[in-house]
Design a protein around this ligand. Structure first.
Ligand code: SF4
Length: 237
C-alpha cells in the first residue's frame, strides 16, 4: 500500500513560511494582547461541546450545551436518553439528527474502552497517541482532537478551525491547496509549541475582526506587509 504523504512534505518553501511567524505573532499580540492558557472546562465537556459545535457558531453550540447539561444529571443519563428527546435538547446546535446519536455513540465507546465517562487518561499518553485515540471516535477529527487536547489539557496541539484555515492561507503559512486536516501539523511546525494556544486564539480573533471570509478589511490590518494575499493583490491593482 502506498505510504500516505506527510503533510509537511506537501509544503513548499517551509522556511519562508516559518519566517513569517515571529513578526505576525508580534503584531497580533500588539492588537489582541498576550493570552495565557487556563482551563475553562474538563475533557468530557470540551469533547461533547466540540461535537455540538460542528457546522455551527459558538452561540448555537453554547445554547445546545447548556440545554444538555440542564436536561441530564450526568453522561450516563445522556448516553441512555431517549434519542428523540436528546435530539430535541441539542436542536439549537443544528444537525441534531446527526449530533445526538454521535454523542451517544461517543459516550458508549468511551465507557466501554475506559470504564468511566472520562478521558483524563489521555493526559498521560503521548500527544500522538492521544490524538489518534480521539480520532478513532466516530465523528471526531483532527480539529476536535486538537481543541480537546489544547483547551482542556494544555497540550501542544494546534487546532485549525475555519477562521484559522482562511487567515493562514492568506498570510501564506499554509499553501492554498492544503486541506484543513493537513493544515494541523503544518501550523504545529510553524508555531512554537508554547505559543499554540495564544496564536490559535489570536488568529481566530483576527479572522472575526479583520480578515473576514468575504471581504477582508486589509485597510486596517496590522500584518499587511507579511500577507501573501495582500501583496499579490497590491501587485495586480
Ligand atoms: S492583509 Fe488582508 S488578507 Fe491579509 S491578513 Fe490582513 S486582512 Fe487578511
Amino acid at each position: 500500500m502506498a505510504r500516505r504523504k506527510d503533510p509537511i512534505e506537501k509544503v513548499d518553501n517551509l522556511p519562508a513560511r516559518k519566517a513569517k511567524y515571529l513578526p505576525v505573532a508580534a503584531a497580533l499580540t500588539q492588537v489582541y494582547g498576550p493570552l495565557d492558557w487556563s482551563r475553562q472546562q474538563g475533557g468530557m465537556d470540551e469533547l461533547i461541546s466540540c461535537i455540538l459545535s460542528q457546522s455551527t457558531n459558538d452561540t448555537n453550540r453554547d445554547r445546545a450545551f447548556a440545554r444538555l447539561k440542564k436536561a441530564y444529571p450526568d453522561w450516563e443519563a445522556v448516553r441512555f436518553a431517549d434519542l428523540d428527546e436528546l435530539t430535541e435538547v441539542v436542536r439549537p446546535a443544528g444537525l441534531a439528527n446527526q449530533k445526538a446519536p454521535r454523542i451517544q455513540n461517543v459516550l458508549q465507546v468511551i465507557y466501554e474502552k475506559v470504564g468511566e465517562y472520562s478521558i483524563d487518561f489521555l493526559n498521560d499518553r503521548s500527544l500522538e497517541d492521544a490524538k489518534a485515540w480521539l480520532c478513532s471516535l466516530r465523528g471526531v477529527g483532527p480539529k476536535t482532537a486538537a481543541i480537546v487536547l489544547c483547551f482542556a489539557y494544555g497540550r501542544p496541539a494546534f487546532p485549525v478551525d475555519t477562521h484559522i484555515y482562511r487567515v493562514s492561507k492568506r498570510i501564506g503559512f499554509i499553501p492554498d491547496k492544503l486541506s484543513a486536516n493537513d493544515a494541523h501539523p503544518v501550523m504545529e511546525a510553524i508555531t512554537p509549541p508554547e505559543d499554540y494556544y495564544q496564536f490559535h486564539i489570536q488568529l481566530i480573533q483576527h479572522g472575526r475582526d479583520t480578515c473576514h471570509a468575504r471581504k477582508p478589511s486589509c485597510d486596517r490590518c496590522s500584518i499587511v506587509e507579511y500577507c501573501d494575499y495582500f501583496i499579490a493583490n497590491a501587485k495586480t491593482n
